[in-house]
Every structure is written in C-alpha cells, then in structure tokens.
Design a protein around this ligand. Structure first.
Ligand code: HEC
Length: 172
C-alpha cells in the first residue's frame, strides 16, 4: 500500500544503520484508523460524563444494589427464628435428605466426621444448641473450610438440616 503513496508521504526515516538494517516508513496513519482512535476518545468522554455526572452511577453503588437485591433473593435466615421451628419427625427426615446431598463429603454418612468434625459427640467448636448449629450452618466457617450454607440452601433447608444434625448429634 505504501508504494502507492505520493513520494512526500512515503519517506523512509533512514535509521537502518542504527537498527540492524531495519527500516521504518514515516507514513501518515490511514483515515479510517484515526477515525476509530478519535471516535473511541470521544465515546469515552461522553460515556464517562454520562455515567458519573448524568446518571451518578458508580461501582460502589452498583455493588450495593446487587448486594441488596441478593439479600432479597436469598434472605439470610435468622438463626434464632429458625431455631424456634418445632422439631417434627418430618422436619428431621427432610434434613437427613439435605444432609445426604450436601454434607456427607466432609462430615461422613454417619456424621462421624472426616474433613469436618464429628457432629455426634458432645464436643462442639461452635456450640451444640439448635440455635448454635443453625448459626454455624447458615454462616459457615469459611476460614476453616465449612461452607456458608445460608445463601445456598435457603431458610427451609437450613432449618431441616439443623434439626437433623441437632437430633442425630450430641445436641444440648
Ligand atoms: C467442604 C467440607 C464441608 C462441608 C461440605 C460441610 N462442612 Fe460442616 N464443617 C466443615 C469443617 C472443616 C468444620 C469445622 C469448622 C471449624 O473448625 O470451625 C465444619 C463444622 C460444622 C459444624 C460445627 C461443628 C462444631 O463442632 O461446632 C456443623 C454443625 C456443620 N459443619 C454442619 C454441616 C452441614 C449441615 C453441612 C451440609 C449442609 C456441612 N457442615 C457441610 C466442613 C464442611
């Protein structure tokens, strides 16, 4: 393409000697290329002005909005409220199913533990009352590898599995 440019636009910069024989043309950039460059600059300025000053949006604001929306979609169950759910055999049976699909990998089929602690003895790291158990399951212990189950299971399954663990374990 450069060969078809008029000679005054088809200059060699003439530094082949310093650059191991690599020569460089000093051609003007194609108009379409400059058009894209200036177009993106203009777009960025308009977009920035619109984002920050017209719509007053921000990353922090979007984060807060998403967190607020998530809190509505996946409400964090209140441990004390769930702990007041009556422990019926149906609730405990439903909890066994939840336990079997989510927890046996770490706590074992018989709740005797593995990666996670034994849930049938009287030793509780985080307390063995129904409320303590519900709270530990809901909030998890992320630093120790126990998952925050509240948002994953939702209030109903949390109360079921808490009832099962409390019933099967050395709850007090
Ligand atoms: C990825 C492994 C893992 C899975 C899956 C898991 N846990 Fe845990 N769990 C742990 C670990 C590790 C601890 C110990 C936390 C600590 O040391 O504080 C724990 C602790 C607990 C405790 C507290 C025990 C105590 O002594 O206070 C309860 C209750 C519990 N898990 C219930 C559950 C339930 C119910 C499920 C299924 C919904 C589950 N866990 C799934 C790893 C797991």
């Amino acid at each position: 393409m450069s060969a078809s440019l008029p000679p005054e636009q088809n200059r060699l910069l003439g530094h082949a000697a310093e650059c191991d024989g690599i020569e460089e043309y000093d051609n003007p950039l194609p108009t379409w290329w400059l058009g894209i460059l200036y177009g993106t600059i203009v777009f960025a300025m308009v977009y920035t002005a619109d984002y920050h000053f017209v719509n007053h949006r921000s990353q922090a604001g979007e984060y807060d909005a998403e967190v607020a929306a998530a809190a509505i979609t996946w409400p964090t169950p209140d441990a004390s409220a769930l702990a007041n759910v009556p422990l019926t055999p149906e609730l405990i049976a439903a909890g066994k199913a939840v336990f079997e699909s989510n927890c046996i990998g770490c706590h074992g089929t018989d709740l005797h533990g593995g990666v996670g602690p034994n849930l049938t003895d009287l030793d509780w790291i985080h307390g063995g009352t129904l409320e303590n158990i519900t709270k530990t399951i809901t909030e998890g212990v992320p630093a120790k590898g126990m998952i925050t189950w509240g948002p994953i299971l939702g209030p109903e399954k949390i109360s079921q599995v808490s009832a099962y663990v409390h019933n099967a374990g050395g709850g007090n």
